[in-house]
Design a protein around this ligand. Structure first.
Ligand SMILES: Cc1cc2nc3c(=O)[nH]c(=O)nc-3n(C[C@H](O)[C@H](O)[C@H](O)COP(=O)(O)OP(=O)(O)OC[C@H]3O[C@@H](n4cnc5c(N)ncnc54)[C@H](O)[C@@H]3O)c2cc1C
Length: 471
């Protein structure tokens, strides 16, 4: 394979595989290079194993509502942590096997090794130099671990190592309460581990709406203590780890570092592309073409730091794969933002976030799920949903929530925002009874009260009726 290839894809994660799917349709003159292991972060150590762990935790947590339902005997239930973790790995392995199948037939088009750019058309891997007309860089991201914390050795875990543990100790500190930290902290706490959470800022799970953030903090703090607004210092003391955050001090067996992820760009050769890099070391790229400047190089997935989520990585891989195999560069419209944190209640954000809208004269409608009928029936009546809309015409802009069934409500709202619907247009659609979605309707009706024009019914009038009985 000494000739010039059409495409080199670096990284076989979600973005790289999505690019591969497009590239394979149009050329056989490509390679995909992946530093071991294959199988994607999402399937191996990300979305999937974390959700398997969360499902076990929530299943066990349900016992806390049994007495109220009139079910007895919950005191006989127990968690077998090694068994929980074995199931996490068993399912994880199945998911990974499914992903690995996608590249199993590639033969010498798939190369295991660490790639490095030598220029906009050259890549070095395993001591070989490869040339290509286009290059897709999809190398993903890795957990941030400050150098000083590495001295803790095996006492310090990240999402890369957590699911590999055969068992877990009694006391764990989770440092960083963004999406990943919140999910892990609540799950481990629900599995009976003494969890203590820390974050340097006073917002959690990426929320920016102070009201929703306050509710999320209040609800999670009922399950495990959280200390926000102070950075932590970690030290090994007599085999344990001492965590200090201002006045707060805790002694734990393990610390999970969840303080963020950084693009995998170390030693990747971005400086050889001949474009200026920003303070993070990233080149300028266009999020609707994925192209780096005017170069034949595309940046897709977590590596560009744009929206480190699985569906975004997949879309970016698609766009990069398409553009790397076309004579001209196509602009592909991106979907509206949607992010979900699988805490209970779910925490989610749709479209424009509160912080983006502040000062723009938008209106917010809300529902507190405390009194919502279906949520009460299920003992899930906790949480707040806030929907944002334009004051003049009621066009939906976005939402933040910490709400039961939030993952589904967020999808409905995302569809509505992307379709450009107004509050009234969404209210005209059917809402069944009794469902959690009625909470969404309550928040929409709250919005209508603030609009200049407020219909006295959710229903639209039949134009000129056209129905004899109604005319
Ligand atoms: C714990 C956790 C939970 C998550 N949960 C969710 C969730 O519920 N929903 C959601 O949408 N997202 C979730 N995510 C985020 C999601 O997993 C990522 O956005 C997605 O995996 C990014 O895909 P990617 O293709 O950019 O990178 P990756 O899947 O990381 O792929 C990058 C690949 O490039 C390889 N590579 C790196 N450097 C080189 C090199 N120099 N040469 C060759 N190969 C290289 C790596 O080995 C890797 O295989 C979660 C992440 C974590 C960590």
């Amino acid at each position: 394979m000494n000739d010039v290839l059409d495409v080199i894809i670096i990284g076989a994660g979600t973005a790289g595989l999505s690019a591969l799917h497009q590239v394979r349709k149009r050329t056989s003159r490509f390679v995909i290079i992946n530093d071991e292991p294959w199988g994607t972060v999402c399937a191996r150590v990300g979305c999937m194993p974390s959700k398997v762990l969360i499902e076990a935790a929530n299943a066990f947590h349900r016992r806390t509502s049994f007495a109220e339902f009139g079910i007895t005997g919950d005191e006989h239930l127990a968690v077998n942590l090694p068994a929980v973790l074995r199931r996490v790995r068993r399912l994880r392995d199945e998911f990974v096997r499914g992903v690995i199948k996608l590249t199993a037939d590639l033969g010498e088009n798939a190369i295991s090794g660490r790639a490095r750019l030598l220029g906009p058309d050259r890549v070095e891997v395993n001591g070989r130099e490869l040339r290509a007309r286009r290059i897709i860089l999809a190398t993903g991201s890795s957990p941030v671990v400050p150098a000083a914390w590495r001295a803790l050795g095996g006492r310090l875990l990240t999402s890369d190592t957590l699911f590999e543990q055969d068992d877990l100790p009694a006391r764990i500190a989770v440092v960083g309460l963004g999406a990943i930290g919140v999910e892990i902290a609540q799950a481990l706490s629900r599995l009976g581990i003494d969890v203590i959470g820390f974050d340097g800022v006073r917002t959690i799970a990426g929320l920016t709406d102070p009201a929703v953030n306050g509710v999320a903090i209040d609800l999670l703090a009922r399950e495990f203590p959280m200390h926000l607004g102070t950075n932590v210092e970690l030290a090994e003391v007599g085999g344990d780890v001492r965590v200090r955050a201002g006045e707060v001090e805790a002694t734990v067996d393990r610390v999970i570092a969840a303080i963020g992820r950084r693009p995998n760009i170390d030693d990747i050769g971005l400086e050889l592309l001949g474009v200026e890099l920003d303070e993070r070391g990233l080149p300028p790229y266009n999020p609707v073409t994925q192209q780096i400047g005017e170069l034949p190089v595309y940046l897709a997935g977590d590596v560009n730091g744009h929206a480190p989520l699985q569906h975004e990585a997949s879309d970016e891989g698609y766009i990069a794969g398409l553009n790397a195999t076309r004579p001209d560069v196509a602009c592909i419209a991106r979907r509206i933002p949607l992010s979900i944190v699988f805490a209970d209640p779910n925490i989610a954000a749709v479209g424009k976030r509160f912080e983006e809208l502040e000062g723009t004269g938008f209106i917010a409608g809300e529902v507190d799920f405390g009194d919502q009928g279906r949520a009460r029936a299920a003992q899930r009546n906790r949480g707040l949903l806030r929907i944002y809309a334009q004051r003049d015409d009621g066009r939906l802009l976005g939402a933040e929530m910490c709400a039961p069934g939030g993952e589904h409500l967020a999808h409905l709202l995302a569809f509505a925002v992307q379709l450009g619907l107004t509050v009234h247009e969404l209210l005209r659609l059917p809402f069944y009874h009794p469902v959690l979605e009625e909470g969404l309707r309550t928040a929409l009706r709250d919005l209508t009260k603030q609009l200049a024009w407020n219909a006295d019914s959710d229903l639209a009038a039949c134009e000129a009726h056209g129905v004899e009985a109604l005319d």
